[in-house]
Write a protein that binds this ligand. Structure first.
Ligand code: NG6
Ligand code: CA
Length: 486
């Protein structure tokens, strides 16, 4: 009993893809029910001011891994499927911190931080550096996004189920091989691509992808099997590591496009395939939590749940996300969405539970960001981070444990432009970029003028009060520019 009490907690990081603040019933969704995810909130804390560092995947993941704002490094935008690893192997990362503390570490799911040392790589040999070189002792991933080639899993350094006689080749420059593409053979598609998004290159499993690939026929995934595969790997991992502390990153693909959940979820939500994918995600979360319980380690496991960026409806495929929305509001009334500097881009579901230490049923408005997990866990372990690590990560451990209601002083977020959140105010730096992305039907937050919103009165960022508050604008802009120029 005593030994158990002394044991370091396991950490299960559930990091999901493009899930909106309004997509979960625990955040007020009424058209969809997510009981398993809601149970994390009931068991611990639901944050209402929790953020991804950026409004797309790669930069948010970079921040989560490194504790640095993604704009500190160029090349941290959305990566193609053949990109090289963008994390410096010498730098401290979240999984490395756990390794230093004697933890077993693993990532199962989406990666999207690049693989190998260059774009040109041989997918038929060991592919490195990758997750194993930046802190994970085990990995079972797909390289980029579910809509990008190569549509394969990698276990540690190798493509899973690769037939040496059918080598894989990948290109993002031009068509390779003779396989049909969505552009030339749309009649072969089981899910149509939206016009002009570009998801019309090599067809895999009846779905046009971004990028071209040839070979690797046996190794290609079937989309409907992605989540059952990841869940199976994660449940086994939990079972096999129940007696050593572990840090397990479960990086789900839902509800990113292409939304093609297992057949048993298709049509289940009544909200189209996007809603069905969310139900699949909820089911998967239930299985992971059950595995913790079955192995007797639930009480002493910290579960963190968050999303890499906000929601988008049409992100490249005609999948019913728009037409079957049925009044569901993934954006929770906020402005913007994925890609946007407005709040729906980066204010995301953020939950934490740890039955042994965190009181149940808490709601916290503390300002916390995924970039803070590194410094917060370092503080938990009393592990000293050298100042030359230059982290943007802040120690918000007390907020994460429910003991502090404030969190950070302020947070800088990046989309096309920069914004800063401080107290109830949100300031967005002027930017000449387009005001909206019409393809995805999302306002990006770009404006040639200063924007200032009082989120306590105006959470939807409708009423720009910059011209009435020049002093506050000046002050916030100064902090923001100082941060971005550091
Ligand atoms: C965009 C894709 C989108 C999605 C996104 C990455 C186009 C027109 N759209 O460029 O479909 O793949 O990249 O999403 O190519 S993320 O969540 O991984 O950042
Ligand atoms: Ca994403």
């Amino acid at each position: 009993m005593f030994a158990y009490a002394q044991k370091k907690p396991n950490v299960l990081m559930i990091y999901v893809d493009d899930l909106g603040y309004g997509d979960l019933s625990t955040y007020g969704a009424s058209k969809i029910q997510t009981p398993n995810i809601d149970a994390i909130a009931k068991s611990g804390i639901r944050f209402t001011n929790g953020h991804a560092a950026a409004a797309t995947c790669t930069p948010s993941r970079y921040a989560l891994m490194t504790g640095k704002y993604p704009f500190r490094k160029s090349g941290t935008g959305v990566l193609p499927g053949d990109a090289a690893l963008i994390i410096d192997q010498n730098q401290l990362t979240l999984p490395k911190l756990f390794q230093q503390q004697g933890y077993q570490t693993a990532i199962i799911g989406k990666w999207h931080l690049g693989l190998g040392s260059q774009v040109e790589k041989n997918w038929n040999q060991d592919i490195k550096p990758g997750p194993l070189e930046v802190g994970y002792a085990y990995s079972y991933i797909f390289p980029a996004t579910a809509d990008r080639v190569p549509t394969v899993f990698l276990e540690n350094h190798k493509v899973v189920a690769l037939d040496k006689n059918d080598p894989i080749e990948v290109s993002y420059k031009q068509k390779i091989g003779t396989e049909p593409t969505g552009l030339e053979n749309p009649e072969l598609l089981k899910m149509k691509a939206s016009p002009n998004h570009g998801h019309n290159q090599t067809i895999v499993n009846g779905i046009g992808r971004i990028g071209w690939m040839t070979g690797g026929k046996q190794a290609r995934w079937v989309d409907e099997e992605i989540t059952p595969t990841f869940v199976d790997k994660a449940v086994n991992y939990i079972k096999e590591h129940k007696s050593t502390p572990f840090f397990l990153s479960y990086h789900a693909t839902e509800p990113h496009v292409p939304r093609m959940p297992s057949t048993m979820f298709k049509g289940k939500s009544g909200l189209g395939l996007r809603g069905d994918a969310i139900l699949q995600l909820d089911h998967a979360v239930g299985q992971l939590i059950q595995a913790l319980k079955d192995n007797g380690i639930y009480e002493n496991t910290i579960v963190v749940f968050s999303s890499d960026n906000g929601p988008v409806l049409d992100d490249g495929y005609v999948d019913g996300a728009v037409t079957e929305l049925n009044g569901h509001d993934p954006f929770a009334g906020m402005r913007g969405g994925k890609y946007s500097a407005f709040e729906a881009g980066t204010r995301v579901p953020f939950l934490i539970s740890w039955p042994k230490q965190i009181k149940s049923n808490q709601v916290s408005a503390a300002l916390v960001c995924q970039v803070d997990l590194l410094a917060s866990f370092a503080s938990y372990f009393k592990s000293k981070i050298e100042p030359q690590a230059n982290l943007d990560s802040k120690n918000v451990l007390a907020a994460l444990l429910g003991k502090d209601k404030k969190g950070r002083d302020y947070l800088v977020k990046s989309a096309y432009t920069f914004s800063i959140l401080k107290d109830q105010y949100k300031y967005i730096l002027p930017n000449k970029g387009p005001a909206r992305n019409n393809q995805v039907n999302i306002e990006l937050g770009n404006d040639p003028n200063d924007q200032l919103y009082d989120l306590s009165k105006d959470p939807a960022e409708k009423n720009n009060i910059a011209s009435q508050n020049p002093e506050l604008v000046k002050q916030l802009k100064e902090i923001l520019l100082k941060e971005t120029k550091k």
